[in-house]
Design a protein around this ligand. Sequence first.
Ligand SMILES: *Cc1c(COP(=O)(O)O)cnc(C)c1O
Length: 358
Amino acid sequence: MPRPSQIRIDLDALTHNATLTRQLAGHRKIMAAVKADAYGHGAVACARVLNPHVDAFAVAFVEEAVILRAAGINTPILVLDGPFDSTDVAQINHHNLWTVVHNDAQVNLLRDAQLSTLPPIWLKLDTGMHRLGLAPQAFAQAYDALQAMGASDITLMSHLANAETADDLVSQRQLQRWQTAIKAFDGPTSLGNSAALINNIARDTDWLRPGYMLYGGHPKGVGEHLALLPVMYFKSHVMALRDIKAGETVGYGGRWCAQRNSRIATIPVGYADGYPRHAKDGTPVAIGGKLGRLAGCVSMDMLTVDVTDLGDVHIGDVVTLWGNSPGIDIVAAHADTIGYELSCRMPNRLPRLFEGGH
Ligand SMILES: *Cc1c(COP(=O)(O)O)cnc(C)c1O
């Protein structure tokens, strides 16, 4: 029998979240971010389920797009990083991809390729995140250059650094620059990710680019009022149980010390399975529907949970590391990270089971 640890992907929850996102988007178009293997949920399976609900997909680089094309996904796919070299340009052309252009080198790559028709281009403006994109002046020049090369389909895009908090200074400054830019531009526009969509920032753009909310996540607690459902369930079973006396410690380094006589459950999931080693004592772990607390350092293949207050716990009881309760964002907060990181770095060591989606 295989060990009981697994990732379950609830494709019906994905459909539910996509439907809800569609409602929130109203008349605006939706580009679903499925980069990084759909944030660790499985890009091909997720794209197939999302396909009827969205207008396009976004991936980080060309190889991620080619995987979707090979699986028969013919919907538009935007390459967010744009081409790195001439091979990428050829692939973008061959696979009918859309591409971001975020610097002059990419304008030159497209020019040098001498394509008979340029792909749809999302020209990226740096409004203040200062990671990718052209400054306003360079943006205008690149726009003119692309038009001179025959580009007929150019979308203006930018990205917000802090959409989770709508009215902070970083967002305000970015939004001012954005407003100025779109006045001088008559093509379609796109600014918002999940948090921007939920916080209703940049209402007047043509395209929304949600990712995390489709998987049921709440970026920094944004959207907790919405009925988004978690798509990823990290499951296991209780593997061992023991009673220890007050004063005994648990796990490597003896980090957790029993303040009272305690019952400890051992779960066959460790950091090699994607559970964060940084998780602190007290991180919630659901056992048989009740919440126990992580007790002691997470090992490579195992972790230990204080189940003293949980009543009857048995070997073989079902454990949820994250899913509906506890949510992935709660676990992430206990490990000083975000749910995005936890879901997208799940290793292949765990079997991934897809449920629903028909
Ligand atoms: C990943 C990404 C998104 C999606 O962000 P979420 O926070 O997951 O909604 C949108 N736009 C760009 C440019 C991205 O890289």
